[in-house]
Ligand binder design. Structure first.
Ligand SMILES: N[C@@H](CCC(=O)N[C@@H](CS)C(=O)NCC(=O)O)C(=O)O
Length: 273
């Protein structure tokens, strides 16, 4: 199992695929490229998929959220909010999955993942933001309810959990996890998360109803931002919600065939043993 200190130097996405000359030049100048990520983390998966699409090279550092490694002092020096993912370019930290993905797309201009047309680009950003604000929190809560809380309780005693949760720097994260683990999520919490997640799927279904393969016609960071959220339905055994929406289901089948998707889920493996 990969741990906090293990380094994975990552090569180009496939043989024959090479990094942009410009990007390579920038990398040579910048020196180090460190990526802190976790398995079973929608935001980490979103960034990994972008890296693999672009053939972006990085040294990966695994932060095990099930061991609360995101609250260790050495990681808090990298990301003071105690969240993954974080990209560190020659000592400069870039947190936030959306910002990392745009940064990498800026760095490596070939094979662009954002529409050139400013209006379409604005629509792409709208979708990415919507997914970040409504899709991810809903899937995160449903994950806590259907899997994460039980897994944490299997591993740790109540007092160990209490102590580790309190190390989180953000008050809302403490409250969110205390609710999931100690106070229990209410039926209303679950219903709200399901409602919002279904609203996101409906929105995707409408976007895809014109017969296009991808959310904005061309494949973009919006598809990448949606992918780990939609995949989470399947990981949680809630795939019926996706299956009911034929356009989203067809989109999911297409996205699963992309090498970047396959590599993401090979790379971000969480050991539940
Ligand atoms: N807005 C941030 C959110 C990052 C985030 O919430 N990451 C989750 C994993 S997907 C995390 O680090 N959770 C640990 C915790 O809440 O303690 C981003 O997009 O990168």
């Amino acid at each position: 199992m990969r741990s906090f200190v293990v380094l994975n130097r990552h090569g180009p996405a496939t043989e024959g695929e090479s990094m942009d000359t410009i990007a390579r030049d920038k990398m040579t100048k910048t020196g180090s490229v460190d990526f802190y990520y976790s398995g079973y983390s929608i935001n980490s998966e979103k960034v990994l998929m972008c890296f693999f699409e672009k053939g972006f090279e990085f040294d990966g550092h695994y932060i095990d959220l099930f061991k609360f490694e995101q609250t260790r002092p050495e990681y808090l020096r990298i990301n003071p909010l105690g969240l993954v993912p974080t990209l560190v370019i020659n000592g400069t930290q870039i947190p936030e999955s959306t910002i990392i993905n745009e940064y990498v797309d800026d760095l490596m201009p070939s094979n662009p993942l954002r529409p050139e047309d400013p209006l379409l680009r604005a629509k792409m950003r709208e979708l990415v933001q919507r997914f970040q604000e409504s899709f991810y929190p809903s899937m995160s809560l449903l994950s806590q309810f259907h899997f994460v809380a039980g897994e944490l309780k299997r591993r740790w005693t109540d007092s160990e959990l209490e102590e580790m949760i309190r190390r989180k720097p953000l008050r809302e994260r403490i409250e969110r996890q205390e609710r999931a683990l100690q106070k229990g999520l209410s039926e209303a919490d679950i219903a709200n998360a399901e409602h919002n997640a279904n609203t996101m799927l409906d929105g995707m279904d409408a976007h895809l109803s014109n017969g296009s393969d991808w959310l904005l016609g061309e494949f973009s960071l919006a598809d990448i931002a949606a992918a780990p959220n939609v995949h989470r339905f399947f990981q949680l055994g809630l795939e019926e919600a996706v299956g009911k929406r034929s356009n989203v289901m067809a989109w999911y089948r297409r996205i699963k065939e992309r090498p970047s998707f396959v590599r993401t889920y090979e790379y971000a493996v969480q050991d539940f043993s």
